[in-house]
Design a protein around this ligand. Sequence first.
Ligand SMILES: Cc1cc2nc3c(=O)[nH]c(=O)nc-3n(C[C@H](O)[C@H](O)[C@H](O)COP(=O)(O)OP(=O)(O)OC[C@H]3O[C@@H](n4cnc5c(N)ncnc54)[C@H](O)[C@@H]3O)c2cc1C
Length: 406
Amino acid sequence: MAAKQIAIIGGGPAGLMATEVLSLSGHAVTVYDGMPTFGRKFLLAGKSGLNITHSEDYDRFATRFGTASERLRAALDAFTPDDARTWAAGLGTETFVGTSGRVFPDVMKASPLLRAWLRRLEAQGVTLLTRHRWTGFADDGLAFETPNGPITIRSDATLLALGGASWPRLGSDGGWTTLLQDRGVDIRDLEPANCGFDVAWSDVFKSRFSGAPLKSVTATSDAGTFPGEFVISEHGIEGSLVYAHSAALRDRLKRDGEAALSVDLAPGRSIERLAKDLARQDSKASISNRLRKGAGLEGVKSALVRELAPHTALSDPEQLARLIKTLPIPVLRPRPIAEAISSAGGIGFDSLDERYMLTSLPGMFAAGEMLDWEAPTGGYLLTACLATGRAAARGIDHWLSDTGGA
Ligand SMILES: Cc1cc2nc3c(=O)[nH]c(=O)nc-3n(C[C@H](O)[C@H](O)[C@H](O)COP(=O)(O)OP(=O)(O)OC[C@H]3O[C@@H](n4cnc5c(N)ncnc54)[C@H](O)[C@@H]3O)c2cc1C
C-alpha cells in the first residue's frame, strides 16, 4: 500500500502509541496537539511515581475495566502488561514491580521515557506539531487554531486521542464532546473517576485535621472491602483508598441520592473484643481517653469517631465498637472532574466498530481515555490508553488497506 497521510490529534500516550505503529507501517504521520508540549498529563502522572502497568494475574487485570472489560479485551490481549514493560525497556526505561504489584519505571518518573519516545518518533519521520488545537470540521477537512491563525488540513485517516476531562489545564478539557455529538457520535457524560468526595465536616474538625492521613484502615462500599489509606481534606476525603471506591460511591449517589464509605478504623480487632475493652474503661473518663485506652485510637482516627458518631453511641461500648469497625462517612458529591485523576464516560463503544473507527465518521478513529471506560489507579489507565492507541492504529492500517482511504 502506498504511504498515506495520517493525522493523529492529541499527543498523549494513546496518540503517541498509535503514531509509533502507523509510522512503522510506512505512513506519513503528523501529530497535532493543542498544548505547547506533548504528554503533559503523562508527565504529571510521573510526578508522584509513574505507575505504568500492573503485574497481577493477566486474567484478573483484564477485568479491571468494569463493563467495558470485554470490549477492551482484544486490545489488551495484543498489548499486555508484559508488553508495556518490554516497550518501556525499548525506550531505555527499565521497570520494577512494587510491593503492591504495581509496576513503576526504575526512575519513577515519565520524563526520560517521553523524551526518548518523541526522539524516536522524529527519527522515524513523524511530524510533531504543538499549539495546534483541533476546533472541528471544515470544508471536508479538519479545522485547527494555530499560532499563525486558523488552518484546515486533510488526511486519509484521522485518530482522535484527546483524553478525558480531568486536569483540563494540561490540555484535555473534553471540548471535543460537542464537536462529535454534532456528528452523531454517542457520548456518555464525562464524570470524575478516581476522585475525592465532599463531606460536611464541622469547622472544628476541618480546621484541625485537614491534610491528616488515616493509615492502616479498611473501607467498604459496593465495590468491596479494601485495605489502604486516605486523607482528610478541607472539602472531604481523598487518596488512594477513596479512589478505589470512587466509581461505586459516585454511582450510588446518582442512584440513591446518598452514599457512605464504611471505614474500619481497627482492622485487627473484632467488635466483641473492642466492646469488651471499651466496657472496661472508666465511664467518667473523657471519650478521647476511652477511645485511646480501649481501642488504641488517637489523633485523627479518634476525632473521626467523635465527629461522626451519634451522641448516644459514645457512652455505649457495644455501639461504639460497632462504629469503630463500620464507621459510615456520608459523602455529598464527587469533587469536580478538574481535580480527578481520570474521567468516566466518553465515546460509547456502540459508536465504534471493532477497528475503533467512529461508525458515523468513516476514516475517523478514537482511542485512549476519551472512550467510555474507566479503571482504578494501578497502571490500568495507561496500559489501556497505550493498548487502545495501538489497536486503533492497526484498525487504521486495515481500513486503509481495505478501502484505500478517504
Ligand atoms: C495526577 C494524575 C496522575 C496519574 N497517574 C497515573 C498513573 O500513575 N498510572 C496510570 O495508569 N495513569 C495515571 N494517570 C492517568 C493517565 O495519565 C491518563 O489516563 C492518560 O494520560 C490518558 O492518555 P490519553 O492519551 O488518552 O489522553 P491525554 O494524556 O489526556 O492526552 C490527550 C492529549 O490531547 C490533547 N488535546 C486535547 N484536546 C485537543 C484539541 N482539541 N486539539 C488538539 N489537542 C488536544 C491534549 O493537549 C493532550 O496532550 C494519572 C492522571 C493524573 C491527572
